[in-house]
Design a protein around this ligand. Structure first.
Ligand SMILES: Nc1nc2c(ncn2[C@@H]2O[C@H](COP(=O)(O)OP(=O)(O)OP(=O)(O)O)[C@@H](O)[C@H]2O)c(=O)[nH]1
Ligand code: SF4
Ligand SMILES: [Mg+2]
Length: 419
């Protein structure tokens, strides 16, 4: 596999110790360190293989708080560096009084869904007492992990590396769409199109699944289930017969059915025991969270403790037009009305989640499959939620759980997750 360098940028005010951090990481005099503010006039780049981190490109940027015209040019450069970075190291000198620069950097980095880590550079002993005060002044700091160190002392190099290694998710972590896929086996994609499903193409989860299965030498077969018929009280059970005929026509048993979560109520009953069952939504959230499905499964437990008046946030990552039986706005709310009356539901669409200032108030977040946002964005959301200790789950997990714990257990089996 081609290994891409992770870009790590060092940002902060003039004289906060950015170049000292650069040199601490590279173990060389890569950047000039001086007590004169504005020593680093232009971004200094170092390409390095850092033990444990792998190949990285380090950016030592100019101080973002310079005021003159040149300062404006430097800020533009800093912003373009910020865009390139996978990880933003924000260096804060706790003795400073005005935190506008730091706030601006955090705002910009959040807007771009960057991973952010905070380094308090301790110049003298009183600084440690000042750190709480910084946290109060910059409320967004609550989302990020922090380390205190002295940038000019070599002994802080290993703690700094460990700190980065513990929290940073490299873009080189490869993740399989279906880790359980086996060559030469059949996989059924259940796609219950309705009249409003746009013609001419598959939706992203379906297209990604078909491509992945084919690429890995297995056989994807699509099936269109008529959900209205399947749910109707048709005494002759024609839709069920059609499905079972289809399944029983294979000489070799298909391995797994991957279904639209909307059809889980039917498939939890119809899918034969010797065929595995899971959903597109679960597949997507595992893929785009880089294998963090387990965290989303953990979150479902929050349903057990819901009380009247509790708030739940339903998050849909894209802004597509909402159609008749929409999962987020119709189906999930219907389950709440029935099973958890009095619980208050709110919605965030598209990028509204990033703007939501009250994440702490929710008892649970229910996120869609996330197939139209990048892993970087989804990971940024997970990091925020973990920092404020709000549990999160996903559409597919929720809809399966609504059919009972057995169904949830079943759709998680292919992923080797037990509840
Ligand atoms: N005592 C002490 N001095 C430090 C520490 N970190 C940096 N310094 C000093 O602070 C001054 C500025 O450090 P730099 O690393 O050049 O800071 P910078 O953020 O790169 O500054 P600019 O490039 O001007 O934006 C230098 O004189 C450093 O020796 C520290 O942890 N303790
Ligand atoms: S991003 Fe979410 S809402 Fe949009 S298509 Fe993908 S799973 Fe559905
Ligand atoms: Mg510098």
């Amino acid at each position: 596999m081609l290994v891409e360098r992770d870009n790590i940028g060092i940002f902060g005010k003039m004289n906060s110790g950015k170049s000292s951090i650069m040199n601490l990481l590279t173990q060389q005099e890569t950047s000039i360190v001086d007590s004169k503010p504005g020593t680093t006039a232009d971004t200094k780049i170092a390409l390095q293989e850092i033990h444990g981190l792998g190949p990285v490109k380090l950016y030592d940027t100019a101080g973002a708080d310079e005021n003159d015209i040149l300062g404006e040019k430097k800020r533009k450069k800093i912003l373009s560096d910020l865009k390139e970075c996978d990880l933003v190291l924000l260096i804060i000198d706790p003795s400073t009084k005005d935190f506008k620069t730091e706030k601006d950097i955090i705002d910009k980095a959040r807007e771009l869904d960057k991973q952010i880590l905070i380094i308090y550079n301790i110049f003298n002993c009183e600084d440690e007492d000042r750190i709480n005060n910084v946290g109060e002044k910059i409320s967004l700091l609550r989302f990020y992990k922090k380390i205190n160190l002295r940038a000019v002392e070599e002994k802080y190099r290993q703690p700094l590396l460990n700190f980065i290694l513990d929290s940073f998710e490299s873009k080189n972590q490869k993740i399989e769409l279906f880790p359980f896929l086996k060559k030469n086996e059949y996989y059924i994609l259940n796609i219950p199109m309705d009249v409003e499903t746009p013609p001419g193409r598959y939706l992203r989860p379906q297209a990604m699944s078909e491509e992945y299965i084919t690429r890995n030498w297995a056989y994807p077969i699509s099936y269109r289930m008529d959900l209205a018929k399947a749910r109707s009280n048709d005494k002759n059970e024609n839709e069920k017969k059609r499905f079972l005929d289809f399944i029983n026509n294979f000489k070799k048993r298909p391995k797994t059915i991957i279904t639209d979560s909307q059809a889980i109520d039917i498939l939890s009953k119809w899918c034969p025991d010797n065929i595995q069952l899971t959903t597109f939504s679960i597949t997507m959230i595992n893929y785009f969270s880089r294998g963090k499905l387990k965290l989303f499964v953990e979150g479902i437990k929050a349903l057990k403790e819901l009380k009247k008046g509790d708030k739940i946030l339903i998050v849909e990552a894209c802004n597509h037009s909402r159609i008749g039986e929409d999962i987020g706005t119709v189906q999930i709310p219907n389950f709440f009305k029935k099973k958890y009356p009095g619980v208050v539901l709110e919605h965030n669409f598209g990028r509204e989640f990033q703007e939501n200032k009250k994440l702490e108030e929710y008892k649970l977040i229910i996120h869609c499959g996330g197939c139209m946002i990048s892993s970087q964005t989804l990971l940024a959301r997970i990091k925020d939620l973990e920092a404020v200790d709000v549990p999160f789950t996903n559409y597919g997990i929720f809809l399966s759980y609504m059919q009972g714990e057995d169904t949830l257990r079943r759709v998680l089996l292919p992923w080797n997750i037990k509840i």
